[in-house]
Design a protein around this ligand. Structure first.
Ligand SMILES: Nc1ncnc2c1ncn2[C@@H]1O[C@H](COP(=O)(O)OP(=O)(O)O)[C@@H](O)[C@H]1O
Ligand SMILES: [Mg+2]
Length: 572
């Protein structure tokens, strides 16, 4: 019920279409009832009374009814299907938009493959059910109208037969409940299948290098078979419930023949009434079976809706606590004020009491062993995560008071894993800024020492880079992401081991590109290569989440053991 209420939010703007469809359904249902009603006259007036006027009239009446039914069915069916498509499409869009806005912590805790399954498969479950929802309405109406007709024609006979209806209802309800349970499980398992797909395709190089195709296949097969088992359970439910309903209806027919036949013989009722009773039952067969099938579909969809709404209901700490100030970070100092951070409530402190000032226009290098918290520190500045304790300020304003998008617009990030979209080089360079100005894009590429290799490519800036930039070397990719940052021209820069994945030669070029980039910017340079660090205005040594020393290269060589041990081997 709760899900239906929430779905209504998406459907209410199609109120008119839905109303028309409902009216059309009601017309279809009443034509069913009218046909049954007329069948009494067919028997009593044509067969028994041999009324020739009726012989001419009734076939026309029935044909007209079927034409009305045809037109109404079209409207009912088309309007509902199109409404469902439109509304569900909006749900899917909302879902994607919600997901892409969710903070990093959501991505830390949810697998990509599972998230994809939700957007694709759960939404499509919902879609098929919603289109059926109105058919249920029509079937229910048919049952009610037909019931009305038979009760009107012979109350006691109707009563005896309709004892069967509660049994039918119980079957429908029970099977729906089972369906929901199995479907929730199969969707969950399908998410796991998606997760395996995503993981093995993303890691395809590793899979192949270690000749683990068969192992991955087995993992996939196991998950896939398990998913099928839940589907088989659903198949059992629907395969049992449908024939059960038919059987019960058959019993109903037997009852009519026995009790109705008895009443016709004793003269209490006409053969026409008896005949229309049988017709009514014939007509009701289908709606009942449909109600059952649709109910199963609906329950399945309800399981999917639970999963969809749980995504839509996710809290978004960052966006929900968005400040309103516009961030203008140029020429402003950045301060970490007693900042502590842990990734999860019961996790360890990854950063402890960090006090650090990043002077505007100056570069600060952060060095430390892997896992000491360098990347974490940088991601706090962009509010990819929020500090657990303390605060980060820009010009003495807490960064939480800024609109988070305006804050991020001030920060350019180059990481050790350059990510490119499968699009043109131009698209990738322009990704962080809205410009389409070719001159500016070229200029940025030039400053990033990327122009030469781009111009040497067959389609130059229009060259497609392939998925994740497979067509380019690591150094080339990195120079494209640096061009991107240069073009965006943010006042703050974060270089997180930007050169560490490169070979000596490309490192040298990328290094030159980076020097171009950090000019006059407030920059955080994370590196463990001495060459990168040595020119920084200030060097901070991070160890197990704490700042243990700060100063210039020369100062640190004297006063910090950790620093000396890290850089000395690189000096020789
Ligand atoms: N998304 C995350 N969830 C939980 N723990 C994390 C996450 N990212 C990093 N960590 C942990 O935080 C610590 C610091 O990591 P990180 O900032 O990446 O270190 P560095 O960049 O200095 O190598 C490590 O112990 C790491 O395991
Ligand atoms: Mg790191």
């Amino acid at each position: 019920m709760k899900n239906i209420y929430r779905l209504w939010y998406y459907f209410k703007k199609y109120k008119i279409a839905i109303t028309v469809a409902m009216i059309a359904s009601a017309i279809v249902a009443s034509t069913d009832a009218a046909i049954v009603y007329l069948s009494k006259d067919v028997f009593d007036k044509i067969f028994i009374a041999k009324d020739t006027r009726m012989l001419k009239l009734l076939p026309f009446a029935i044909m007209s009814l079927f034409i009305v039914r045809l037109i109404s069915t079209f409207f009912q069916s088309y309007l509902i299907k199109s409404t469902a498509q439109k509304a569900i499409q909006q749900i899917r869009n909302d879902m994607y938009y919600k997901m892409i806005l969710l903070p990093m912590s959501y991505y830390d805790n949810n697998e990509l493959g599972t998230m994809m399954t939700k957007v694709i498969s759960d939404v499509s479950n919902l879609q098929s059910a919603v289109s059926s929802a109105l058919n249920v309405f029509r079937s229910v109406l048919s049952v009610i109208f037909l019931t009305g007709v038979v009760f009107y024609q012979d109350f006691t006979m109707a009563l005896s037969v309709f004892l069967i209806i509660p049994i039918l209802m119980i079957i429908i309800k029970k099977s729906g409940k089972k369906m929901k349970k199995h479907s929730a499980k199969s969707q969950e398992q399908l998410g796991f299948v998606g997760f395996i797909l995503n993981e093995s395709f993303s890691g395809i190089r590793v899979v192949k290098a270690f000749i683990n195709e068969a192992k991955e296949f087995n993992r996939f097969k196991l998950a896939s078979v398990k998913e099928m088992k839940y589907r088989l359970k659903q198949a059992v439910v629907s395969s049992v419930s449908s024939p059960l309903i038919e059987t019960m209806s058959g019993f109903g027919v037997a009852l009519i023949i026995f009790y109705g036949g008895f009443k016709v013989i004793s003269g209490e009722t006409t053969p026409g009434t008896f005949f229309s009773f049988l017709t009514a039952f014939g007509f009701m067969f289908e709606p009942f079976k449909k109600i059952n099938n649709y109910n199963n579909l609906l329950q399945k969809a309800s399981a999917s809706a639970d999963r969809i709404f749980s995504v839509l209901d996710c809290e978004n700490d960052i966006i929900d606590n968005n400040g309103s100030l516009k961030c203008e970070a140029a020429k402003k100092d950045i301060r970490f004020d007693n900042v502590s951070f842990r990734y999860s409530e019961d996790g360890p402190d990854v950063l402890k009491n960090i006090n650090l000032t990043l002077e505007h226009g100056k570069s600060t290098a952060i060095v430390g062993h892997s896992g000491s918290g360098k990347s974490t520190l940088a991601s706090l500045l962009s509010r990819l995560y929020d500090v657990t304790d303390g605060k980060i300020t820009i010009n003495d304003i807490d960064i939480k008071d800024f609109d988070v998008y305006s804050l991020r617009r001030n920060i350019g990030v180059v990481t050790q894993h350059p990510f490119l979209f499968n699009n043109t080089i131009m698209y990738n360079i322009a990704y962080g800024s809205d410009t389409e100005d070719m001159e500016k894009i070229k200029e940025a590429a030039k400053h990033a020492y990327a122009l030469d290799f781009i111009e040497a490519m067959p389609d130059k800036f229009d060259t497609l880079v392939g998925e994740m930039g497979v067509m380019l070397s690591g150094g080339q990719k990195q120079r494209i992401t640096i061009s991107r940052a240069i073009l965006m021209d943010p006042p703050i820069l974060v270089l997180d081991e930007a050169t560490s994945a490169l070979d000596m030669k490309s490192e040298h070029i990328v290094q030159k590109a980076l020097e171009e980039l950090v000019k006059k910017k407030t920059s955080i340079i994370i590196a463990h290569r001495l060459s990168t660090v040595i020119n920084a205005d200030k060097i901070v040594v991070l160890h197990k989440g704490e700042i243990v020393a700060a100063g210039t290269h020369i100062e640190l060589l004297e006063k910090s053991d950790i620093y000396s041990k890290m850089v000395l081997p690189q000096l020789v």
